[in-house]
Design a binder for this molecule. Structure first.
Ligand code: NAP
Length: 488
């Protein structure tokens, strides 16, 4: 099957080379890697497949302009981001189509991600001119304490495929605003969005060398030399806990500043006093956004005994109505999973739960034909030992389990090594605050199924990582505090 002309045009519009030192160039080994459309399993195009030498050249470029870039006036750094924000918004339709083609999510969701991604540039364009130090009287009264903020230095940024543009702008925005240069590596499944973003930043006046993009099929061998290079000063990674752990080890050698946005296993708690219809709406958003392929996806629903059955039925009926198909088609709400491995993993988790006594209210099967489609699934009466209550599902599967008391609900929610986000539905204010305080997560959605917001500090605790992206905290990750002791 050949792709439509409009689709070919957006794919053709992206430069497929490496972006290093303000120039577009082929990989030094001459290799390319194929980008696939997960809804057809067909190749869309080829992009440059970087070697470790290319990655080192990218860090050379970033290091070379670091001193110059940190002197660049903050207002101008902000205005580059502002112009890029405006260009992204103007080009929403074409960027959304590009995202849907390489990642699979429905066009409406791609548009929502483009808006979210652009917002990080707008937010950090405003932060660039608000980087402040302090001046205070030392406790003894005799000296003065001056603090100043300075850019960390060249950064290594690594992003996943599930939000191919927003995970980029969430790192590039604060780095540019703070005066850091960077080498960024997108996931091999979704390089096109990052390449399109680099083109937009170039057009918006970002000087060559500040941002360098390396696409590669061998992320480990290409990135490790950079992480171990003393010129790099920071690593910001979004991806799985397994890879994050490996990268933390590698970063230990040069004592890099590290930010880790890792996996999640979000509990979604519904108390018997909750507005059940609002909880179903929240559940659909928290579960089905991005086909369930989100670190913030509700991974398990813990529902009060009194309302668990009714909630599961209502959710199942809504999920059953969702239209599954290629994300470019009218009315499609559920796209394919990213690849065959991911679909295989989802399928295994569902089989394991069914084998341990869960009942499938809807779904629980792969779809026939091309593309990595899996039917929206609701499983009821899921037993505590089912693997999908412990592992990140990353697919359109909602397991429902029930609880008796508030203490039991909090204990079940916290019974995981992850700690990214939790969702709580209750109309009792005191209970809401008690539960929010008791949850071991970096974020809580209270009576809402989404927490992502450029003006808020996004991040996790426990095995979900450390560091915050977005909000006022986001830029701090790219700044060092220098203290000057003054003797008056
Ligand atoms: P992944 O396998 O960990 O990959 C993430 C990125 O790391 C990709 O660019 C990947 O490149 C690269 N990578 C893999 N192995 C590497 C290595 N040895 N050295 C350097 N880079 C390496 O995760 P994923 O499957 O793409 O993404 C899904 C995960 O991301 C989920 O666990 C999800 O929860 C998490 N996530 C977290 C957040 C958050 O903010 N907390 C947000 C979104 C996603 P290649 O793919 O090209 O190998």
């Amino acid at each position: 099957m050949s792709i439509a002309t409009s689709e070919q045009t957006v794919v053709d519009g992206v430069n497929k080379q490496l972006y290093i030192g303000g120039e577009w160039r082929d990989a030094s080994g001459g290799d390319t890697l194929a980008v696939e459309d997960p809804s057809t399993e067909e190749a869309l195009c080829e992009v440059a497949d970087a070697t470790p030498e290319d990655a080192v050249a990218a860090l050379d470029a970033a290091s070379e302009v670091q001193n110059e870039w940190k002197e660049h006036p903050p207002r101008e750094r902000g205005e580059i981001l502002r112009r890029a924000f405006e260009r992204i918004v103007e080009r929403t339709d074409e960027l959304a189509l590009l995202m849907t083609l390489e990642m699979g999510k429905p066009l409406a969701e791609s548009k929502a991600e483009i808006a979210y991604a652009a917002e990080f540039f707008r937010w950090f364009s405003e932060e660039a001119v608000r980087i402040e130090g302090t001046y205070s009287v030392a406790a003894t009264g005799s000296g003065r304490v001056l603090t100043m903020k300075q850019p960390v230095g060249p950064c290594i940024l690594i992003t996943p495929w599930n939000f191919p543009m927003a995970m980029g702008t969430r790192k590039i925005g604060p780095a540019v605003a703070a005066g850091c240069t960077m080498v960024i590596k997108p996931a091999k499944q979704t390089p096109l969005c990052m390449l399109a973003l680099a083109q937009i930043l170039e057009e918006s006046g970002l000087p060559g060398g500040v941002l360098n993009v390396v696409t590669s099929s061998s992320s480990g061998s290409v990135m490790e030399p950079l992480i171990r290079d003393p010129r790099a000063r920071k690593l910001s990674f979004t991806g799985s806990t397994e890879v994050g752990r490996k990268l933390i080890e590698q970063s230990a050698q040069e004592i890099l500043r590290v930010s880790m946005e890792l996996g999640g296993n979000a509990p979604f708690l519904i108390f018997d006093d909750a507005d059940l219809n609002a909880a179903v709406e929240g559940a659909l958003l928290a579960k089905m956004r991005n086909v369930g392929e989100a670190c913030t996806a509700a991974n398990r629903f813990h529902v009060a005994d009194e309302v668990a059955g009714e909630f599961a039925e209502k959710l199942a009926s809504r999920m059953d109505e969702m239209k599954v198909g290629r994300g470019t088609e009218e009315g499609v709400q559920v796209g394919p999973l990213i690849d065959g491995d991911q679909r295989g993993k989802v399928s295994e988790l569902v089989e394991d739960a069914l084998g341990k006594g869960a009942k499938a209210l809807v779904g629980a099967e792969k779809m026939e034909g091309a593309g990595y489609f899996y039917r929206p699934t609701v499983l009821n009466d899921v037993s505590q030992d089912a693997n999908l209550l412990k592992e990140e599902i990353f697919g359109p599967v909602a397991p429902v389990a029930s609880f008796g008391s508030e203490e039991e609900a909090i204990a079940a929610a916290n019974d995981t090594e992850y700690g990214l986000v939790a969702y709580v539905f209750t109309r009792d204010l005191k209970r809401a605050l008690r539960v929010c305080e008791g949850l071991e997560t970096g974020m809580v959605g209270l009576n809402q199924g989404i927490v992502s917001n450029a003006s808020a500090p996004f991040g996790g605790i426990k095995h979900s990582g450390f560091g915050r992206e977005g909000g006022a905290a986001g830029i701090e990750e790219y700044l060092e505090t220098k203290y000057v002791a003054i003797n008056l």
